[in-house]
Structure formats: C-alpha cells, structure tokens
Design a protein around this ligand. Structure first.
Ligand SMILES: *Cc1c(COP(=O)(O)O)cnc(C)c1O
Length: 389
C-alpha cells in the first residue's frame, strides 16, 4: 500500500454515489457507469465500488484487460467492455463472466469459440455504429451479424444481453438521426429472434439533455465523476459534485527579492519581493506544461494564488506572497477540486489548454496516489486518514 501526501487525488465516494443517484433519478432506468482509463483517472476500483454503491447496475471499460483488473480487484458486479485488439483474449473474458461488446462477425465467432472451449455460455452486447463512424457494426453488417448471433444464442454458446450505440454529440438533429437508425437496428435484432434486456444509446451529454434518448439504460462516464460534459453548464448547475480533489503540499518556502527569475527559462520574474512555495507536482503527474504563464491558480490556506514560472516534470512554484507569514511547510495546496468549496474547477485548466475536463482528469499520472475519502469533495479528509483502502 502506498501512502503519502505529496501527490494526492482525493476521491470523494459520497460525491460519486450522489452523482450516480442523480442519474438514476433523472432517467428512472438502469445506469452503467464507465470506469475506463482507470476510472477517468479517479482509480477504476474506487470509482466502480462507489458507482455500484450509488446504484449503478453495471460498470464498463473499454478493454478486456481493464475489465479483468476490476474482477481481480474484487468487483463482482456485471462488467461490460467493448474495444478489442485483433488478438483479444475472449477466453479470459468468458472465464471472468465479463460481457463482451461485439462490433463485428469475427469478434462474435471468437467469443463463441471461447465459450465452446470452456463448455459455457458467453454473454455479448452488440455494438452498433449508427453514425459516429468509429467502433460498432455498420448497418449493412446488421442482418448477417444478428442472424448469426441468434443462431449462437439458440445453440447456447452466446447470450445476447444487450444492444448499444454511441452518439457523436453533433447536435440534436444528428442525435435524432442516430436514434432512428438505432431503433431500426433494435427492431431488426428483435425480428432476428433476439430480445435484448439492455438497450442503451445515451452517454453523459444525452443523459442530461435528451430524455427521449434514455431507452431502458444509460451509459455514463464523466457525470458520474461530477464533471459537466456541456460547455455552457457547470457541475453545480447540473446538480453534480466533482469527485476529484487534486492536491499536494508546500515542501519549501523562500522569500525572494524583486527581480528574481523563477524556474526554467526565467519566463517569470518577480516584480516585487515575495515568497515562493515549491509544490512537488509536475507534468509527469498530468499538469499540462503549457499552463505556464496562462494564469492558472491553486488554493493555499483558502486563498487563490498564482502558479508562476515553468512547470517542471515533478514540481512547480506558487507565488504565496501575501500569505507568507501564515504558511508552514506541509500546508495543503489544492490544484483543482469542487469550486463550491472554493477550489479551482478543473475546467480552468481544460479551458486554458483548449481541451475538455475529461482529458485533464484522465491524464493524472501514476505517481499521484488515489485516496478514497468518505468526506465531501474538497480536500477536507484528515491527513491522518489518508491510508486509503
Ligand atoms: C467513454 C464512453 C462512454 C462514456 O462517455 P461520457 O461522455 O463520459 O458519459 C460511453 N460510451 C462509450 C462507448 C464510451 O466510449
């Protein structure tokens, strides 16, 4: 077990439970929570456990490997995964009772072969491409794929538990066109003799904006973590609580005279005498190096203070001038968290980097300790309670 307070992503379990509960209230149907990419950087096991406690009926990953890791971590709930390499090991997925998203005939045959070999029934969910032009079976493949799936289901080798597709989020008209194509796919599947239990199209954005796209299940990632997928709506406006508080601590403090250059290249020079705080997080931990000079800030002792100078691989500098007398080594520094609790929202970094909140949280590096906390989001967990699970 790793411990420490130098680089911590504190993950509020109550926040994840609340967000999932909120999705359940919004939709009234089943909720699949996506925990791919290490739970969007929050820790896949932590995220999966909290999501299930909040009422998710299934968790999902992209890869089989991610799904297997969850099983090994003791997650017994249904798990779905849908993105497979050419040599994907469906045998391991079948043995671990993982539901496999199937995008084409070859995957279906490989899954059936694995089931035959183990003398068991594999569970599949058929993934349809309704316009995103990525993963999923194209409409012209549907008749043959569905007929073969029905045959394998009758033979007891593959049970088709669901059908799903993914939206391009290109606007309401496109969403409706994709939904119409999805409806045709579901109808064709039924006509082939398969009645799917789970029918799902909406991810986070459509779950929030389009009740007519909820079907009987939604498949959400980012809103389970309390982040907004909508450019013009904040977490709070959507009734969500950001679950991750990224924090570190001051490991050195130094008073400097006016004219002092800071960090590589001296692209920040202190205009007046001030105090600089050293914080041991850097671009290897997922802080974008290009934040340098862009106006990003952190909270220290409840105050907003600017990041100054270039961000290094392992460390950066905060100008804590006016706070100097109040600070000691070990003082907590919050890089982002819940703005309702006074912390910078992750959307500041995302905006400065011209990207989305998803990319920032998913990019938090492996040196950062994920610490589950029963405290509300906001970095309030006691330092003594950081041992994790
Ligand atoms: C990542 C992913 C999701 C979750 O998307 P959010 O916008 O985070 O809700 C849902 N479905 C598929 C197929 C995905 O790849």
């Amino acid at each position: 077990m790793r411990t420490g307070s130098m680089r911590v992503a504190e993950i509020s379990l109550p926040a994840i439970r609340h967000n999932v509960q909120r999705v359940r209230e919004l939709t009234g149907g089943r909720v699949i929570v996506v925990v791919k990419a290490d739970g969007y950087g929050h820790g896949a096991r932590i995220a999966a456990q909290a999501a299930l406690a909040g009422g998710a009926s299934m968790v999902a990953t992209a890869d089989i490997e991610e799904a297997l890791a969850l099983r090994e971590a003791g997650i017994e709930a249904p798990i779905l995964c849908w993105l497979h390499g050419v040599g994907a090991d469906f045998g391991q997925a079948v043995a671990a009772r993982i539901e496999v998203g199937v995008s084409h005939a070859q995957q279906l045959e490989a899954l059936a072969a694995a089931a035959r070999e183990q003398g068991t029934t594999a569970t599949a969910q058929l993934k349809l491409d309704t316009g995103l032009s990525r993963n999923g079976a194209a409409p012209e493949e549907w008749p043959a794929l569905f007929a073969r799936a029905a045959e394998l289901q009758r033979a007891g080798l593959v049970r088709v538990s669901g059908v799903f597709s993914h939206l391009a989020n290109a606007g309401d008209a496109h969403d409706r066109a994709q939904a119409a194509r999805f409806d045709e796919g579901v109808a064709l599947l039924r006509a082939s003799g398969i009645e799917p239990e789970m029918i799902h199209l909406a991810a986070s954005a459509a779950t929030l904006t389009s009740p007519h796209l909820h079907y009987n299940t939604v498949r959400v990632g980012v809103i389970a973590y309390g982040l907004s997928p909508l450019a013009d709506r904040s977490s709070a406006q959507l009734g969500l609580i950001p679950a991750m508080t990224l924090r570190s601590e001051i490991v050195a403090l130094r008073g400097v005279p006016a004219g002092t250059g800071v960090s590589y290249g001296f692209n920040h020079v202190c205009e007046t005498a001030t105090t600089l705080a050293l914080v041991p997080m850097g671009y290897a931990d997922g802080m974008p190096r290009a934040l340098n000079g862009a106006g990003a800030w952190v909270t220290v002792a409840g105050e907003h203070r600017p990041i100054v100078g270039r961000i290094g691989m392992d460390q950066f500098i905060v100008d804590v001038g006016p706070l100097a007398g109040r600070l000691e080594l070990g003082e907590r520094v919050v890089l982002f968290g819940d703005p309702e609790r006074g912390h910078p929202p992750v959307e500041i970094w995302a905006g400065l980097m011209r990207t989305i909140n998803y990319e920032i949280v998913a990019g938090i590096g492996p040196r950062v300790l994920r610490v589950p906390a029963e405290a509300p989001a906001g970095g309030d967990a006691d330092r003594g309670a950081e041992a994790g699970q």
